[in-house]
Design a protein around this ligand. Sequence first.
Ligand SMILES: Nc1ncnc2c1ncn2[C@@H]1O[C@H](COP(=O)(O)OP(=O)(O)OP(=O)(O)O)[C@@H](O)[C@H]1O
Length: 243
Amino acid sequence: MPPIIVAQQLGKTYRSGKIETHALRDATFTIDRGEFVAIVGPSGSGKSTLFYLLGGLTRATGGSVTIDGVDFSSLSDAERTRKRGQKIGFIFQRFNLLPTLTARGNVELAHSIADNGQPLDQNLLHHLAELLRIENRLDNRPSELSGGEQQRVAIARALITRPAIILADEPTGNLDTENSETVLEMLRHASKEMGQTVLMITHNPEAAAIADRILYVRDGRLHDAPPPPRESRKSLIGSLLAG
Ligand SMILES: Nc1ncnc2c1ncn2[C@@H]1O[C@H](COP(=O)(O)OP(=O)(O)OP(=O)(O)O)[C@@H](O)[C@H]1O
């Protein structure tokens, strides 16, 4: 099977006045279907920039990236939004639920943005709500939910469209240990049981340690971290995170 993500010399330079910041340079890599990839690196190294590029949320200033066979840079804005909704599920550190909608409303909105011509799969919603333990919280608004519950709703929202790729930016950054474990288990389930590709930015060595592969970003350059023996993974990842 061809890789789901193919990046060729992907780059992003921000310009403000005469100042140029090479946030990401010449990133060439592929990611296979079903892989669970952690993206680690010091603050300001380019992780979020890579995330935005892979999510089609910003345009590259160099190179290209193809997501599930689609070159996002060749699409109109409207088409890009639709494809993004169909192919990618996003999970953010701050949950980013719409405050005026209930939990169910937030999940339904993600489904309608994807606009894939299918009615919302109520069985999938029920299954996700059960796995994420939010069955009794679906009619509440985000302000009535705990942080952990909000993140679990955000995961249901990301998974309801059965996206090929899940992009998670510090998904456990605002959570306690128990909720972090639930979120990581769910991401691993998505990768291993559902065959979805998961890319997760994290500063948390425990989170990075459960990934299949670690991409290390430093000064805008991407490196595959060497696959460490299991027992030394956490300390190695800890030293990478410390920069
Ligand atoms: N919109 C922007 N305009 C100008 N420079 C930017 C912009 N966004 C990011 N940068 C710069 O690009 C570089 C990479 O930033 P990025 O946000 O990708 O880092 P990061 O690894 O995600 O950092 P952190 O872990 O602190 O979130 C930094 O030097 C940052 O200051």
